[in-house]
Design a protein around this ligand. Structure first.
Ligand code: HMG
Length: 424
Protein backbone atom coordinates (compact mmCIF):
# COMPACT_ATOMS: atom_id res chain seq x y z
CA UNK A 1 0.00 0.00 0.00
CA UNK A 2 1.42 3.39 -1.05
CA UNK A 3 -1.19 5.36 0.83
CA UNK A 4 0.57 8.23 2.64
CA UNK A 5 -2.25 9.16 4.95
CA UNK A 6 -1.06 12.41 6.40
CA UNK A 7 -4.50 13.71 7.34
CA UNK A 8 -5.71 13.51 10.88
CA UNK A 9 -9.30 13.47 12.09
CA UNK A 10 -10.52 17.05 12.12
CA UNK A 11 -10.92 18.34 15.65
CA UNK A 12 -13.46 20.96 14.56
CA UNK A 13 -15.83 18.48 12.90
CA UNK A 14 -19.10 17.73 14.59
CA UNK A 15 -19.63 14.00 14.11
CA UNK A 16 -23.05 12.51 14.61
CA UNK A 17 -24.05 10.12 17.32
CA UNK A 18 -22.99 7.09 15.24
CA UNK A 19 -19.22 7.59 15.57
CA UNK A 20 -16.40 9.93 16.48
CA UNK A 21 -14.13 8.44 13.84
CA UNK A 22 -13.05 10.57 10.87
CA UNK A 23 -14.84 8.92 7.92
CA UNK A 24 -15.33 10.08 4.35
CA UNK A 25 -14.20 10.08 0.73
CA UNK A 26 -10.53 9.16 0.40
CA UNK A 27 -10.26 9.14 -3.41
CA UNK A 28 -12.48 9.76 -6.43
CA UNK A 29 -12.17 9.07 -10.17
CA UNK A 30 -14.45 8.95 -13.17
CA UNK A 31 -14.79 7.33 -16.58
CA UNK A 32 -16.74 8.47 -19.63
CA UNK A 33 -17.44 6.88 -23.01
CA UNK A 34 -14.94 7.66 -25.77
CA UNK A 35 -17.43 9.80 -27.74
CA UNK A 36 -19.51 12.90 -27.14
CA UNK A 37 -21.92 15.18 -28.98
CA UNK A 38 -21.61 18.97 -29.04
CA UNK A 39 -24.93 20.45 -27.91
CA UNK A 40 -24.53 23.19 -30.54
CA UNK A 41 -24.57 20.42 -33.22
CA UNK A 42 -27.63 18.82 -31.63
CA UNK A 43 -29.41 22.18 -31.47
CA UNK A 44 -28.74 22.78 -35.19
CA UNK A 45 -30.12 19.32 -36.03
CA UNK A 46 -33.26 19.89 -33.91
CA UNK A 47 -33.82 23.42 -35.25
CA UNK A 48 -33.47 25.24 -31.91
CA UNK A 49 -31.05 28.07 -31.07
CA UNK A 50 -27.84 26.68 -29.51
CA UNK A 51 -28.29 29.16 -26.65
CA UNK A 52 -31.34 27.19 -25.50
CA UNK A 53 -29.20 24.14 -24.70
CA UNK A 54 -25.97 25.91 -23.74
CA UNK A 55 -27.31 28.81 -21.64
CA UNK A 56 -30.94 27.68 -21.17
CA UNK A 57 -30.02 24.22 -19.86
CA UNK A 58 -26.34 24.80 -19.07
CA UNK A 59 -25.01 21.83 -21.09
CA UNK A 60 -22.17 22.11 -23.62
CA UNK A 61 -21.40 18.46 -24.48
CA UNK A 62 -23.02 15.12 -23.70
CA UNK A 63 -21.28 11.77 -23.53
CA UNK A 64 -22.59 9.00 -25.81
CA UNK A 65 -21.84 5.29 -25.30
CA UNK A 66 -20.80 2.91 -28.10
CA UNK A 67 -22.27 -0.62 -28.14
CA UNK A 68 -19.17 -2.04 -26.40
CA UNK A 69 -19.47 0.49 -23.52
CA UNK A 70 -22.04 -0.22 -20.82
CA UNK A 71 -22.52 0.44 -17.08
CA UNK A 72 -20.18 -2.48 -16.28
CA UNK A 73 -17.28 -1.27 -18.45
CA UNK A 74 -17.66 2.33 -17.26
CA UNK A 75 -17.84 1.21 -13.61
CA UNK A 76 -14.75 -0.97 -14.00
CA UNK A 77 -12.70 1.79 -15.58
CA UNK A 78 -13.74 4.37 -12.94
CA UNK A 79 -13.03 1.90 -10.11
CA UNK A 80 -9.65 0.94 -11.58
CA UNK A 81 -8.64 4.63 -11.77
CA UNK A 82 -9.94 5.27 -8.24
CA UNK A 83 -7.86 2.44 -6.76
CA UNK A 84 -4.80 3.75 -8.61
CA UNK A 85 -5.44 7.32 -7.40
CA UNK A 86 -5.82 6.04 -3.84
CA UNK A 87 -2.76 3.78 -4.03
CA UNK A 88 -4.91 0.89 -2.78
CA UNK A 89 -5.11 -2.71 -3.89
CA UNK A 90 -8.39 -4.62 -4.50
CA UNK A 91 -7.47 -6.79 -1.47
CA UNK A 92 -8.19 -3.82 0.83
CA UNK A 93 -11.87 -3.57 -0.19
CA UNK A 94 -14.41 -5.12 2.22
CA UNK A 95 -17.59 -3.57 0.77
CA UNK A 96 -18.41 -2.78 -2.86
CA UNK A 97 -21.72 -1.14 -3.74
CA UNK A 98 -22.72 -0.14 -7.25
CA UNK A 99 -25.47 2.47 -7.61
CA UNK A 100 -27.18 2.33 -10.99
CA UNK A 101 -30.58 2.77 -12.58
CA UNK A 102 -29.45 1.36 -15.93
CA UNK A 103 -28.44 -2.12 -14.80
CA UNK A 104 -27.55 -4.75 -17.41
CA UNK A 105 -29.58 -7.62 -15.91
CA UNK A 106 -32.76 -7.92 -13.82
CA UNK A 107 -31.00 -10.24 -11.37
CA UNK A 108 -27.20 -10.36 -11.67
CA UNK A 109 -25.88 -7.06 -10.32
CA UNK A 110 -23.22 -4.86 -11.93
CA UNK A 111 -21.32 -5.25 -8.64
CA UNK A 112 -20.77 -8.98 -9.33
CA UNK A 113 -19.24 -8.26 -12.74
CA UNK A 114 -17.12 -5.57 -11.11
CA UNK A 115 -16.05 -7.97 -8.37
CA UNK A 116 -14.72 -10.39 -11.00
CA UNK A 117 -13.21 -7.82 -13.33
CA UNK A 118 -11.34 -5.99 -10.55
CA UNK A 119 -10.32 -9.12 -8.67
CA UNK A 120 -11.93 -8.10 -5.37
CA UNK A 121 -11.57 -10.54 -2.44
CA UNK A 122 -14.22 -13.20 -1.84
CA UNK A 123 -14.61 -11.90 1.74
CA UNK A 124 -16.19 -8.71 0.40
CA UNK A 125 -19.86 -7.69 0.64
CA UNK A 126 -21.03 -6.84 -2.88
CA UNK A 127 -24.40 -5.54 -4.06
CA UNK A 128 -26.22 -3.08 -6.33
CA UNK A 129 -28.62 -0.32 -5.24
CA UNK A 130 -31.39 1.30 -7.23
CA UNK A 131 -33.37 4.42 -6.59
CA UNK A 132 -33.12 6.48 -9.79
CA UNK A 133 -30.27 9.00 -9.35
CA UNK A 134 -30.23 8.48 -5.56
CA UNK A 135 -28.81 4.91 -5.81
CA UNK A 136 -25.17 5.99 -5.49
CA UNK A 137 -25.87 8.12 -2.42
CA UNK A 138 -27.70 5.17 -0.83
CA UNK A 139 -24.45 3.22 -1.36
CA UNK A 140 -22.22 5.99 -0.02
CA UNK A 141 -24.25 6.54 3.16
CA UNK A 142 -24.43 2.77 3.71
CA UNK A 143 -20.62 2.63 3.47
CA UNK A 144 -20.24 5.49 5.98
CA UNK A 145 -22.50 3.61 8.45
CA UNK A 146 -20.51 0.38 7.81
CA UNK A 147 -17.29 2.17 8.74
CA UNK A 148 -18.87 4.01 11.70
CA UNK A 149 -20.22 0.72 13.06
CA UNK A 150 -16.71 -0.78 13.07
CA UNK A 151 -17.53 -3.45 10.47
CA UNK A 152 -14.65 -2.42 8.18
CA UNK A 153 -11.86 -3.73 10.48
CA UNK A 154 -9.18 -1.77 8.61
CA UNK A 155 -10.68 -2.24 5.14
CA UNK A 156 -12.26 0.35 2.81
CA UNK A 157 -15.48 0.56 0.82
CA UNK A 158 -15.65 1.06 -2.94
CA UNK A 159 -18.75 2.93 -4.14
CA UNK A 160 -19.35 3.13 -7.87
CA UNK A 161 -22.11 5.14 -9.53
CA UNK A 162 -22.58 4.13 -13.17
CA UNK A 163 -25.26 4.92 -15.74
CA UNK A 164 -26.18 5.64 -19.33
CA UNK A 165 -28.91 8.31 -19.42
CA UNK A 166 -31.16 7.97 -22.45
CA UNK A 167 -34.32 9.79 -23.56
CA UNK A 168 -35.94 9.26 -26.95
CA UNK A 169 -34.42 11.14 -29.89
CA UNK A 170 -36.24 14.41 -30.58
CA UNK A 171 -37.83 14.71 -27.11
CA UNK A 172 -37.29 17.61 -24.66
CA UNK A 173 -35.15 15.27 -22.55
CA UNK A 174 -32.70 14.48 -25.39
CA UNK A 175 -30.23 17.34 -24.64
CA UNK A 176 -30.09 16.20 -20.99
CA UNK A 177 -28.63 12.75 -21.73
CA UNK A 178 -25.13 11.59 -20.80
CA UNK A 179 -23.12 8.55 -19.71
CA UNK A 180 -20.35 7.84 -17.25
CA UNK A 181 -19.27 6.43 -13.90
CA UNK A 182 -17.79 7.90 -10.73
CA UNK A 183 -15.95 5.67 -8.24
CA UNK A 184 -15.17 6.66 -4.65
CA UNK A 185 -13.07 5.02 -2.01
CA UNK A 186 -14.64 5.47 1.44
CA UNK A 187 -12.35 5.07 4.42
CA UNK A 188 -11.28 6.27 7.83
CA UNK A 189 -8.96 9.32 7.86
CA UNK A 190 -10.04 10.30 4.32
CA UNK A 191 -7.79 12.48 2.19
CA UNK A 192 -10.54 14.29 0.23
CA UNK A 193 -13.72 14.93 2.19
CA UNK A 194 -14.59 14.10 5.78
CA UNK A 195 -18.32 13.42 6.15
CA UNK A 196 -20.60 13.84 9.16
CA UNK A 197 -21.94 10.35 9.96
CA UNK A 198 -25.55 10.28 11.15
CA UNK A 199 -26.35 13.87 10.14
CA UNK A 200 -28.30 13.88 6.89
CA UNK A 201 -31.63 15.49 6.01
CA UNK A 202 -33.94 13.04 4.18
CA UNK A 203 -36.99 13.75 2.07
CA UNK A 204 -39.08 11.09 0.28
CA UNK A 205 -42.46 10.95 -1.44
CA UNK A 206 -44.23 8.84 -4.07
CA UNK A 207 -44.28 10.90 -7.29
CA UNK A 208 -44.35 9.98 -10.99
CA UNK A 209 -41.87 12.55 -12.24
CA UNK A 210 -39.49 10.23 -14.11
CA UNK A 211 -39.71 6.48 -14.75
CA UNK A 212 -38.52 3.73 -17.10
CA UNK A 213 -40.79 0.69 -17.53
CA UNK A 214 -38.97 -2.67 -17.57
CA UNK A 215 -39.23 -3.11 -21.35
CA UNK A 216 -37.75 0.33 -22.22
CA UNK A 217 -34.19 1.62 -22.66
CA UNK A 218 -35.28 5.29 -22.89
CA UNK A 219 -36.63 7.00 -19.78
CA UNK A 220 -40.05 8.68 -19.66
CA UNK A 221 -40.39 11.95 -17.81
CA UNK A 222 -42.90 14.63 -16.88
CA UNK A 223 -40.20 17.28 -17.40
CA UNK A 224 -41.56 20.43 -15.76
CA UNK A 225 -43.13 18.38 -12.94
CA UNK A 226 -39.76 16.69 -12.31
CA UNK A 227 -38.18 20.12 -11.82
CA UNK A 228 -40.87 20.97 -9.26
CA UNK A 229 -40.41 17.61 -7.46
CA UNK A 230 -36.63 18.20 -7.28
CA UNK A 231 -37.14 21.68 -5.76
CA UNK A 232 -39.74 20.44 -3.25
CA UNK A 233 -37.41 17.62 -2.21
CA UNK A 234 -34.54 20.09 -1.80
CA UNK A 235 -36.64 22.30 0.48
CA UNK A 236 -37.70 19.29 2.58
CA UNK A 237 -34.23 17.73 2.85
CA UNK A 238 -32.51 21.05 3.59
CA UNK A 239 -35.00 21.90 6.37
CA UNK A 240 -34.46 18.48 7.94
CA UNK A 241 -30.67 18.80 7.69
CA UNK A 242 -30.80 22.25 9.35
CA UNK A 243 -32.87 20.76 12.16
CA UNK A 244 -30.33 17.96 12.73
CA UNK A 245 -27.05 19.76 12.12
CA UNK A 246 -25.14 20.33 15.34
CA UNK A 247 -22.84 22.95 13.82
CA UNK A 248 -23.64 26.53 12.82
CA UNK A 249 -20.52 26.69 10.64
CA UNK A 250 -21.58 27.91 7.16
CA UNK A 251 -21.36 25.86 3.98
CA UNK A 252 -19.00 27.75 1.67
CA UNK A 253 -19.90 25.67 -1.41
CA UNK A 254 -22.73 23.30 -2.29
CA UNK A 255 -22.80 20.52 -4.87
CA UNK A 256 -26.22 19.55 -6.20
CA UNK A 257 -27.46 16.64 -8.29
CA UNK A 258 -26.90 17.92 -11.85
CA UNK A 259 -29.32 16.56 -14.48
CA UNK A 260 -28.24 19.75 -16.32
CA UNK A 261 -26.50 22.86 -14.96
CA UNK A 262 -29.58 25.10 -14.91
CA UNK A 263 -31.29 22.69 -12.49
CA UNK A 264 -28.48 23.21 -9.97
CA UNK A 265 -28.87 26.95 -10.42
CA UNK A 266 -32.61 26.75 -9.74
CA UNK A 267 -31.89 24.59 -6.68
CA UNK A 268 -29.43 27.09 -5.27
CA UNK A 269 -31.86 29.96 -5.90
CA UNK A 270 -34.53 28.06 -3.96
CA UNK A 271 -32.17 27.44 -1.07
CA UNK A 272 -31.13 31.10 -0.98
CA UNK A 273 -34.82 32.09 -0.89
CA UNK A 274 -35.34 29.74 2.05
CA UNK A 275 -32.39 31.42 3.76
CA UNK A 276 -34.07 34.81 3.21
CA UNK A 277 -31.66 36.14 0.56
CA UNK A 278 -32.59 38.52 -2.28
CA UNK A 279 -32.49 37.33 -5.91
CA UNK A 280 -29.43 39.51 -6.54
CA UNK A 281 -27.57 38.02 -3.56
CA UNK A 282 -28.60 34.53 -4.72
CA UNK A 283 -27.09 35.14 -8.19
CA UNK A 284 -23.81 36.29 -6.63
CA UNK A 285 -23.82 33.34 -4.29
CA UNK A 286 -24.41 30.93 -7.22
CA UNK A 287 -21.35 32.24 -9.09
CA UNK A 288 -19.10 31.67 -6.08
CA UNK A 289 -20.66 28.69 -4.33
CA UNK A 290 -21.94 26.48 -7.16
CA UNK A 291 -20.54 27.37 -10.61
CA UNK A 292 -17.12 25.60 -10.22
CA UNK A 293 -18.95 22.33 -9.53
CA UNK A 294 -20.79 22.54 -12.88
CA UNK A 295 -17.76 22.80 -15.19
CA UNK A 296 -17.06 19.07 -15.61
CA UNK A 297 -20.77 18.05 -15.66
CA UNK A 298 -21.40 20.57 -18.48
CA UNK A 299 -19.02 18.50 -20.65
CA UNK A 300 -20.54 15.12 -19.82
CA UNK A 301 -24.30 15.57 -19.29
CA UNK A 302 -26.52 13.73 -16.84
CA UNK A 303 -24.90 10.55 -15.55
CA UNK A 304 -27.79 9.89 -13.15
CA UNK A 305 -26.33 8.25 -9.98
CA UNK A 306 -22.88 9.78 -10.53
CA UNK A 307 -24.03 13.35 -11.30
CA UNK A 308 -23.70 14.75 -7.78
CA UNK A 309 -20.27 13.17 -7.39
CA UNK A 310 -19.07 14.43 -10.77
CA UNK A 311 -20.03 17.89 -9.46
CA UNK A 312 -18.01 17.24 -6.29
CA UNK A 313 -15.05 16.09 -8.40
CA UNK A 314 -15.35 19.25 -10.52
CA UNK A 315 -15.43 21.48 -7.43
CA UNK A 316 -12.41 19.82 -5.82
CA UNK A 317 -10.50 19.73 -9.08
CA UNK A 318 -10.87 23.50 -9.45
CA UNK A 319 -10.77 24.67 -5.84
CA UNK A 320 -9.53 22.02 -3.39
CA UNK A 321 -6.56 24.12 -2.20
CA UNK A 322 -8.59 27.22 -1.33
CA UNK A 323 -11.32 25.10 0.29
CA UNK A 324 -8.94 23.28 2.64
CA UNK A 325 -10.57 22.87 6.05
CA UNK A 326 -13.89 24.37 4.84
CA UNK A 327 -17.34 22.83 5.15
CA UNK A 328 -19.37 22.15 1.99
CA UNK A 329 -22.91 20.87 1.34
CA UNK A 330 -24.12 18.04 -0.89
CA UNK A 331 -27.64 17.46 -2.23
CA UNK A 332 -28.65 14.18 -3.82
CA UNK A 333 -31.98 13.74 -5.67
CA UNK A 334 -33.45 10.61 -7.21
CA UNK A 335 -36.77 10.73 -9.01
CA UNK A 336 -39.64 8.79 -7.61
CA UNK A 337 -38.49 10.35 -5.24
CA UNK A 338 -35.79 10.28 -2.53
CA UNK A 339 -33.45 13.10 -1.57
CA UNK A 340 -30.79 13.73 1.04
CA UNK A 341 -28.86 16.84 2.11
CA UNK A 342 -25.57 16.37 3.98
CA UNK A 343 -22.23 18.07 4.55
CA UNK A 344 -18.51 17.41 4.63
CA UNK A 345 -15.18 19.07 5.29
CA UNK A 346 -12.48 19.43 2.59
CA UNK A 347 -9.25 17.89 3.87
CA UNK A 348 -5.84 19.63 3.64
CA UNK A 349 -4.65 16.70 1.46
CA UNK A 350 -7.52 17.12 -1.04
CA UNK A 351 -5.61 19.18 -3.63
CA UNK A 352 -2.80 16.61 -3.91
CA UNK A 353 -5.29 13.76 -3.97
CA UNK A 354 -7.65 15.18 -6.63
CA UNK A 355 -4.68 15.93 -8.92
CA UNK A 356 -4.49 12.15 -9.42
CA UNK A 357 -8.02 11.95 -10.88
CA UNK A 358 -6.83 12.70 -14.44
CA UNK A 359 -9.72 15.07 -15.13
CA UNK A 360 -8.37 16.93 -18.18
CA UNK A 361 -6.93 13.82 -19.87
CA UNK A 362 -10.15 11.88 -19.44
CA UNK A 363 -12.17 14.63 -21.14
CA UNK A 364 -9.56 15.36 -23.81
CA UNK A 365 -9.23 11.70 -24.89
CA UNK A 366 -12.69 11.67 -26.48
CA UNK A 367 -13.90 12.21 -30.04
CA UNK A 368 -16.77 14.30 -31.29
CA UNK A 369 -19.65 12.46 -32.98
CA UNK A 370 -21.56 13.87 -35.92
CA UNK A 371 -25.31 13.91 -35.34
CA UNK A 372 -26.10 11.30 -38.06
CA UNK A 373 -23.61 8.89 -36.42
CA UNK A 374 -25.11 9.57 -32.99
CA UNK A 375 -28.62 8.95 -34.37
CA UNK A 376 -27.49 5.67 -35.96
CA UNK A 377 -26.03 4.56 -32.60
CA UNK A 378 -29.30 5.41 -30.87
CA UNK A 379 -31.33 3.42 -33.46
CA UNK A 380 -29.34 0.29 -32.59
CA UNK A 381 -29.54 0.83 -28.79
CA UNK A 382 -32.39 -1.57 -28.35
CA UNK A 383 -30.45 -4.48 -29.88
CA UNK A 384 -27.16 -3.83 -28.10
CA UNK A 385 -27.76 -6.30 -25.27
CA UNK A 386 -28.83 -9.09 -27.65
CA UNK A 387 -25.83 -8.98 -29.98
CA UNK A 388 -24.14 -12.44 -30.20
CA UNK A 389 -20.55 -12.40 -29.02
CA UNK A 390 -17.75 -13.40 -31.37
CA UNK A 391 -15.90 -14.79 -28.36
CA UNK A 392 -16.09 -18.23 -26.72
CA UNK A 393 -18.86 -18.71 -24.19
CA UNK A 394 -18.65 -17.15 -20.71
CA UNK A 395 -18.00 -20.61 -19.27
CA UNK A 396 -14.96 -21.02 -21.52
CA UNK A 397 -13.46 -17.57 -20.93
CA UNK A 398 -14.04 -17.80 -17.17
CA UNK A 399 -16.07 -15.34 -15.13
CA UNK A 400 -13.16 -13.58 -13.42
CA UNK A 401 -10.78 -11.89 -15.83
CA UNK A 402 -9.08 -9.99 -12.99
CA UNK A 403 -7.95 -7.14 -15.24
CA UNK A 404 -6.98 -4.25 -13.03
CA UNK A 405 -4.65 -2.76 -15.64
CA UNK A 406 -6.99 -2.18 -18.59
CA UNK A 407 -10.71 -1.56 -18.97
CA UNK A 408 -12.95 -4.25 -20.46
CA UNK A 409 -15.33 -4.02 -23.44
CA UNK A 410 -18.80 -5.55 -23.67
CA UNK A 411 -18.48 -8.15 -26.42
CA UNK A 412 -22.08 -9.42 -26.69
CA UNK A 413 -23.87 -12.44 -25.24
CA UNK A 414 -23.02 -16.14 -25.50
CA UNK A 415 -25.40 -18.95 -26.52
CA UNK A 416 -26.94 -18.92 -23.02
CA UNK A 417 -27.39 -15.13 -23.01
CA UNK A 418 -24.54 -14.50 -20.57
CA UNK A 419 -22.68 -11.23 -21.09
CA UNK A 420 -19.07 -11.49 -22.25
CA UNK A 421 -16.44 -8.87 -21.35
CA UNK A 422 -13.03 -8.81 -23.00
CA UNK A 423 -10.00 -6.57 -22.97
CA UNK A 424 -9.87 -4.45 -26.14
P1 HMG B 1 -37.83 22.18 -22.36
O1 HMG B 1 -39.28 22.16 -22.56
O2 HMG B 1 -37.02 21.82 -23.52
O3 HMG B 1 -37.18 23.52 -22.00
O4 HMG B 1 -37.56 21.20 -21.12
P2 HMG B 1 -37.79 24.92 -21.49
O5 HMG B 1 -38.70 25.46 -22.51
O6 HMG B 1 -38.27 24.78 -20.07
O7 HMG B 1 -36.44 25.72 -21.56
C1 HMG B 1 -35.36 25.37 -20.76
C2 HMG B 1 -34.67 26.66 -20.34
O8 HMG B 1 -34.07 27.23 -21.51
C3 HMG B 1 -35.63 27.72 -19.79
O9 HMG B 1 -34.94 28.37 -18.74
C4 HMG B 1 -35.82 28.68 -20.96
O10 HMG B 1 -36.14 30.00 -20.58
C5 HMG B 1 -34.43 28.63 -21.59
P3 HMG B 1 -35.64 28.54 -17.31
O11 HMG B 1 -36.89 29.31 -17.52
O12 HMG B 1 -35.95 27.14 -16.82
O13 HMG B 1 -34.63 29.23 -16.47
N1 HMG B 1 -34.42 28.98 -23.01
C6 HMG B 1 -33.42 29.70 -23.56
N2 HMG B 1 -32.30 30.24 -23.04
C7 HMG B 1 -31.45 30.90 -23.87
N3 HMG B 1 -31.70 31.06 -25.20
C8 HMG B 1 -32.81 30.53 -25.77
C9 HMG B 1 -33.73 29.82 -24.94
N4 HMG B 1 -34.89 29.18 -25.15
C10 HMG B 1 -35.31 28.67 -23.97
N5 HMG B 1 -33.03 30.68 -27.06
C11 HMG B 1 -36.57 20.02 -19.36
C12 HMG B 1 -36.52 21.29 -20.20
C13 HMG B 1 -35.47 20.07 -18.30
C14 HMG B 1 -37.92 19.86 -18.68
C15 HMG B 1 -36.30 18.80 -20.30
O14 HMG B 1 -35.01 18.91 -20.86
C16 HMG B 1 -36.43 17.45 -19.61
O15 HMG B 1 -37.53 16.90 -19.50
N6 HMG B 1 -35.29 16.85 -19.13
C17 HMG B 1 -35.30 15.59 -18.42
C18 HMG B 1 -35.86 15.71 -17.01
C19 HMG B 1 -34.93 16.39 -16.03
O16 HMG B 1 -33.74 16.46 -16.24
N7 HMG B 1 -35.48 16.84 -14.90
C20 HMG B 1 -34.70 17.48 -13.87
C21 HMG B 1 -35.27 17.28 -12.47
S1 HMG B 1 -35.57 15.53 -12.10
C22 HMG B 1 -33.97 14.89 -11.83
O17 HMG B 1 -33.03 15.61 -11.71
C23 HMG B 1 -33.85 13.40 -11.80
C24 HMG B 1 -33.21 12.78 -13.02
O18 HMG B 1 -31.82 13.00 -13.01
C25 HMG B 1 -33.53 11.28 -13.11
C26 HMG B 1 -33.26 10.39 -11.91
O19 HMG B 1 -33.41 10.74 -10.75
O20 HMG B 1 -32.98 9.22 -12.18
C27 HMG B 1 -33.74 13.36 -14.32
Amino acid sequence: MTNDQTSTPSSSSSPGTASHRSIGIDAIAFAVPRAYVELADLAAARGVPPTKYIQGLGVVQMAVAHPDEDPVTLATEAARRCLMAAGRSPAEIGLCIVGTETAVDHSKPVSSYLHGLLGLPSACRVFETKHACFGGTAGLLNAVDWLAAGSARGRCALIVCTDIARYSVGTAGEPTQGAGAVAMLISENPRLLELEPGITGCFSQNVHDFWRPLYRKDALVDGQFSVQCYLDALAGAYAEWQRLSESSEPLVRTCYHVPYGKMARKAHQRRCQLDGMTDEAADKSFAVEVEPSLRVPSQVGNIYTGSLYLALLSLLYHQAAELSGKRIGLFSYGSGCAAEFFAGRVMPTAAAQIARAGVDTTLANRHRLDIPVYEELRKNDIHVDQRPSEMPSAAETGAALAMVDRSPRFNGIDNQERRIYTVA
